[in-house]
Design a protein around this ligand. Structure first.
Ligand SMILES: Cc1cc2nc3c(=O)[nH]c(=O)nc-3n(C[C@H](O)[C@H](O)[C@H](O)COP(=O)(O)OP(=O)(O)OC[C@H]3O[C@@H](n4cnc5c(N)ncnc54)[C@H](O)[C@@H]3O)c2cc1C
Length: 494
């Protein structure tokens, strides 16, 4: 007799969902009847390789953060995705030739920039090493600012020089905002920094596109496993582990009104979707511990903006140090209802750099976080073009600034399928919340109540926001998919 396969529905065809399916199918093909649904019309989720001005660009995940031990790197090697005859985004690594410029186009003293940036990195390394006393403060933001003050204690400069140092320090903080997605570093949990793990080795991008990794994971699945354009609206489960009926342990209701009865659901939607009212409904509601963890953790917005400059020009490689005084002045001007003195719009003023996507490219890239990233989503292409043009003009050094012809930006914050970019640990949250995110429900399996063997595992959770040490990354999402697939395999091998 052929044993009945367990029905598994995976919600989301991003890195976590596809890894779960790949693992289940390649490890235990006879155990599971697999379906993946995604509301989107493409696979990949926050991995999305696109095109702009004839170049391949990444709208979401861009880097393999350290090649030593990265499963994403291993896959990219295996499928020969790391080389391409065509140039690709950041094929030459992180730009290290960027000139740091102040408003008005003044090239800043490299020795000063280097000592402030070294101070910044030392402070962040100290935070990551851990073991800081409680007095170090709850947030990364306050820890950094105190570090700058302490440095000043022994190296006092004049007011004007300190303002420029502040601008360089803020530039580093703005880069941190895009790394973490925290709009305000005062909300970023300091203690959690020491739990976050990075892989050793080079950080690289994927020549043939990040989406290749995703396509590879999907390629082994039987035709028809992935169903696109299918939005899950509600998941009906049973806290006592008994299932909605014996034959329908979990009922999944789709937007088109159709229903699916399955044994297990693996939810991989973003933390942003779980947080949002109307994002995804659970009936009954998820247990309190889960709702609280979802509420406490942070999920911020990071967007990428690509700009193409006119034929014959090369995008300059530039770090931008905006002075706070000027920002204050602008706010005062705004309050007074007067015209801005500086034409540079507020949503550009926390952008740390604009650099070509590879050396000599006509396409430039700038990263945005928080409020500025959300604003970018609201503006028209024309408004963005003129705001970036004013910025380039304001920082033009001794040359004519390049003329921007076209722009392309991501829009992760307002997209209802994501509602943000990646997760972070807030002050008031902790790594424990990431572990709670990963807990299946019902709690304790509910199996005892029904006399079933093993935990019921009605709803399992994967996705970057469920990984304690690698959250916010593609490899974190990957590891979470392996973890939940193993949990299911383990249940049936008992
Ligand atoms: C701008 C940006 C830059 C980034 N840069 C990097 C980087 O350089 N390196 C790195 O490692 N990581 C980076 N990341 C993070 C990385 O992309 C994510 O951590 C990872 O891709 C998340 O995968 P996931 O499977 O957890 O979630 P997702 O990719 O969000 O997958 C969830 C899926 O669920 C679907 N879905 C949502 N709601 C429903 C519903 N109701 N019904 C059905 N389906 C639904 C969505 O369409 C989506 O496909 C970046 C992300 C962004 C946005």
């Amino acid at each position: 007799m052929v044993a009945k396969k367990s029905r598994v529905l995976i919600v989301g065809a991003g890195m976590a969902g596809l890894t779960t399916a790949h693992r289940l199918y390649t490890t235990a093909p006879d155990l599971f009847d697999l379906t993946i649904v995604d509301a989107n019309h493409r696979i990949g989720g926050r991995i999305f390789t696109s095109e702009f001005a004839g170049d391949r660009v990444e709208m979401g995940a861009t880097w393999i953060h350290g090649i030593g031990g990265s499963p994403v790197y291993d896959i990219a090697c295996k499928i020969h995705a790391l080389d391409d005859p065509k140039p690709w985004e950041r094929m030459d690594g992180y730009p290290d030739d960027a000139v740091t410029v102040g408003e008005g186009g003044v090239v800043l003293d490299p020795a000063m920039v280097s000592s402030i940036s070294t101070l910044y990195r030392t402070l962040m390394d100290t935070a990551k090493d851990g073991g800081l006393p409680a007095s170090a403060g709850p947030s990364v933001g306050s820890f950094l600012r105190r570090g700058l003050q302490a440095y000043r204690g022994s190296n006092r400069g004049d007011v004007a020089a300190e303002a420029v140092e502040d601008a360089v320090f803020a530039m580093n903080e703005n880069t941190e905002r895009t790394y973490t997605s925290a709009d305000d570093l005062e909300k970023l949990n300091l203690a959690a920094e020491s739990e976050y793990r990075e892989f050793p080795g080079e950080q690289i991008t994927i020549a043939k596109g990040y989406s290749r990794v995703i396509e590879h994971l999907a390629s082994v699945l039987p035709a028809g496993t992935i169903r696109l354009g299918r939005k899950v609206e509600r998941i009906e489960w049973s806290p006592d582990g008994g299932g909605t009926t014996a034959e329908q342990p979990v009922k999944v209701v789709l937007e088109d009104g159709s229903e699916m009865a399955v044994d297990h659901v693996v939810v991989t939607v973003s933390l942003g979707v779980l947080k949002a009212k109307g994002g995804m409904e659970f009936n009954p509601s998820l247990p309190l511990f889960k709702r609280e963890a979802i509420g406490r953790l942070g999920f911020g917005v990071v967007n990428k903006l690509f700009v193409e400059v006119e034929e014959g020009e090369v995008m300059p490689s530039m770090e931008m140090a905006f002075e706070k005084e000027k920002k204050k002045k602008k706010e005062e001007d705004e309050e007074g209802g007067m015209r801005h003195v500086a034409k540079i719009p507020w949503w550009m003023r926390r952008t740390a750099s604009i650099c070509p996507i590879y050396n000599g490219s006509r396409v430039g890239l700038a990263w945005f976080a928080g409020k500025e990233a959300m604003e970018l989503e609201k503006l028209s292409d024309e408004e963005i073009k003129s705001g970036v043009q004013d910025t380039l003009d304001g920082f033009k050094m001794d040359r004519r600034s390049s003329v921007i012809e076209r722009v392309k930006r991501s829009g992760w914050g307002s997209d209802p399928l994501f509602r943000g970019s990646y997760s972070y640990v807030t002050v008031g949250s902790s790594g424990d919340d990431l572990d709670l995110m990963a807990e299946p429900v019902p709690v304790n399996g509910g199996g005892e109540a029904t006399g079933r063997v093993g935990p019921a595992l009605q709803i399992l959770f994967a996705g970057e926001a469920t990984h304690r040490t690698h959250y916010s990354t593609t490899h974190g999402a990957y590891f979470s998919g392996i973890r939940e697939a193993n949990r299911l395999i383990q249940r049936y091998s008992n």
